[in-house]
Design a protein around this ligand. Sequence first.
Ligand code: AMP
Length: 612
Amino acid sequence: MSFSELGICPEILEAIEVLGFETPSPIQERAIPPALNGADILGLSHTGSGKTLAFSIPALESIDPAVRAVQVLCLAPTRELAVQICREVDKLALFLDGVSAVPIYGGASFGPQLAALKRGVQFVVGTPGRVIDLMEQGELKVDHISMLILDEADEMLDMGFQEDIERVVALLPEERQTLLFSATMSPAIRKLVDMVAGEPLEIEIERPQLTVPTCEQCVYEVVFSSRIEVLSRLIEMGRMKRGLVFANTKRVVDDIVDGLLARGYAVDRLHGDMPQTLRERVMDSFRKGNLTVLVATDIAARGLDIDDVDTVVNFELPRDPEDYVHRIGRTARAGRKGRAVSFIGRRDFSLLARLERFVGVRMQREKVMTGAQVEDVRRESLVDEILEKATMAVELPDELRDIDMPAEQLLAAMFNLLVAKTSRELQPIPEDRPSKFTRTSRSVADEAAPVEKGNDWSSLQQSVTLFMNGGKLLGLRPKDIAGLFYNEGGAPKGSVGDIRLFLKHSLIEVTPEIAPQLIERLGTCHICGYEVNIREDKGRPEGGSAPFEREYRPRERERRGATYSGRGNTGFRREREERGGSRGRRDSRERGVERGERVFYDKFSRRPRRRD
Ligand code: AMP
């Protein structure tokens, strides 16, 4: 079947041609014609099935370009998805004059989003929290909305958006078409469908098995500079007899090969610039087992057809989930067992979440093996090798016959010699030190009554508590914080647990893996129009000050290079009196308070304030 048989208008068909799509995917083939006829649809299809096109095409066709008002509202769980949908809509609308789409999500300033609404944008793709805020403020007008799309509805429910979705739906005109897409079916989805769409046409697309169960998929968090050492440790531990390592660029491929060659491993490279004859020679050498490791880019590895690769290493994560599937498909072939190891950095968490959603598998988080662990494994495998040799009939060499020494002593000396000869000196890496993000920290959180409980969070053994210097006084609600963490912070679903709101601060529990990314991305950020800081909570020291005070003291100390131990704000008052009330800018030393005095600054106005 071709796109032209689906009843799509010529302008969009032309855009599809420009995009280079030749045949419709199953969900497009089955959903587009009825949706164009006005049917409500429940599409059970996964990411990567082409569902965005399946709903965007009927949505664009339902828009009247002459009407400068929102006509299609699409709700999506994350800001990334909202932006991605808008990009596809814009491409499809290339030849539709006067039709445009805008993404609307929380954590970003209202200005550009309001401007787009005022310009008369017709297609809004938004995250539920921000959409309901704009609707309730009367900025997003609903009277012309004739189509509601819910994308990744299961994801939205998992992220706690049910109440927001219900509020949005309650404000929409009843006379409308609804297209709802979800990767999974559950009673909660059924309830949502009943509420938003009545009895839609159900279309289910079977999810293809993208990876095989015999392939164990795991992840190591490793800084880039440590990766060659970690790769070497994998080889040292005997976990990689024939490994394929993938990098995204030729330059990184060269760096890996140089690093491994310098450490003495049998390794070669495969990248696009190499002449065909050389590539074939390298592949042949790998096939024959002369190489322990072959390092390649995605494109160069296309022609590689080898069945018994035991480990695939993603030295860098591929941007495209399909490349990930192709890469790891080189191991665990023909019923064999295999391992896919991915190295990730702090910025890769949302990409990892996307990959996991795409393949439908949660990858095992593993800790980088320490030097001592590598040493233990290495010694154990030497013993195994010795025992294996010993099962064969071996004769005592003549040179050892006349030695008058206990066999045990001799054996121990030989073993130590062997260990020394076969050992590669390990290089220390930052990952050898224990991570501060893997501890359990519930102490402060336990003191307060929880405002909102996460789903199954109580069963979580390890969590990190993050501190945010904004709370009830700013009018914050747990869902604002959850929205910020999921949308702005890129937290994968389920990674945010208890959110406890206090007057001036909040404590948020998150999984250890996501904590570094959240601190990095959200360190200083905006929530509901206020600037706040987010960092790891250090807990309240015994008999120490309240969290709010803790927040101010270190920062002031840092700014002034002074130690505070006294009470009251007499320093600032005195200073102002001395200056005759001047409010001009002064350098920090002038402005500084003498040692032993303490000044508190109002968090949001940045002005000093009294503390009695
Ligand atoms: P989606 O499931 O909407 O996230 O789409 C997954 C990917 O498939 C996107 O990169 C689309 O651009 C692409 N895609 C969508 N429809 C087609 C098609 N008919 N042929 C080829 N690629 C497609």
